[in-house]
Design a protein around this ligand. Sequence first.
Ligand code: ADP
Ligand code: MG
Length: 257
Amino acid sequence: MDSNTNLLTVEHVSLHFGGTAALSSVSFTVKKGEIRAIIGPNGAGKTSMLNCISGFYRPQEGSITYRGTDLTKTATPKIAALGLARTFQNIALYTGLSTLDNLMAARHIHMKQSSLASMIYWGAAQREEVAHREKVEEIIDFLEIAQIRKAVVGALPYGLRKRVELGRALALEPDILLLDEPMAGMNVEEKEDMARFILDIHERRGTTIVLIEHDMGLVMDISDRVVVLDFGIKIGDGTPDEVKDNADVVKAYLGEG
Ligand SMILES: Nc1ncnc2c1ncn2[C@@H]1O[C@H](COP(=O)(O)OP(=O)(O)O)[C@@H](O)[C@H]1O
Ligand SMILES: [Mg+2]
């Protein structure tokens, strides 16, 4: 695939809950290797869009094509196995487990040998376990969370929990990383750290990133292209500079709160 290939193609996706239209015929593409932001005021439909991509919500209309597969018709666990991993707006970790165990669990859920096979081929399972452990330790080093590897995540400060959640998504070694407001609720320093990790993942692994963010300023610095949603409708799509000067976008943000 060259760098102009669309890895993800969202076409006319509509999602409603009763009378609420969370998404109205939204279309956009994500190119391989880009950092693609989805921004918009609260309630714009950003999380709903990400939920449609990851198979948590099923849109009533439209398609989302990834490497020839329509994700709207693909079972949710299969979507993760195809190489898409996500984080949640509200952290979803095993709060009673350590950092290390949360990352190991991610690898086991998606890559385990069948339990029968691991009983028969005990040696192979052991080698697999060692390989998982090495990968997880590498991610822990990369995210600079070695000092909390044994800490129970429920007891960690918010910013660190967010980082562990990113680590869990990375443990799946995804081709596309879907991040739902990874910097929300963080102080300036934590936000800068998180932005640096996102850029590093992108640079080192070539991971394609779909980044949802409420704060317009933040994403403008790090994203290649931006989709702007407002009340479930796409009102802008382009480079940060193009989007910044779009009158509809300015209005949507000024009209807020
Ligand atoms: N599970 C749901 N049930 C009912 N309404 C929902 C659900 N999820 C989202 N919505 C509605 O869809 C709209 C978009 O929400 P959301 O995608 O969370 O926006 P954002 O992430 O941009 O803040 C909102 O009006 C919200 O109330
Ligand atoms: Mg949201």
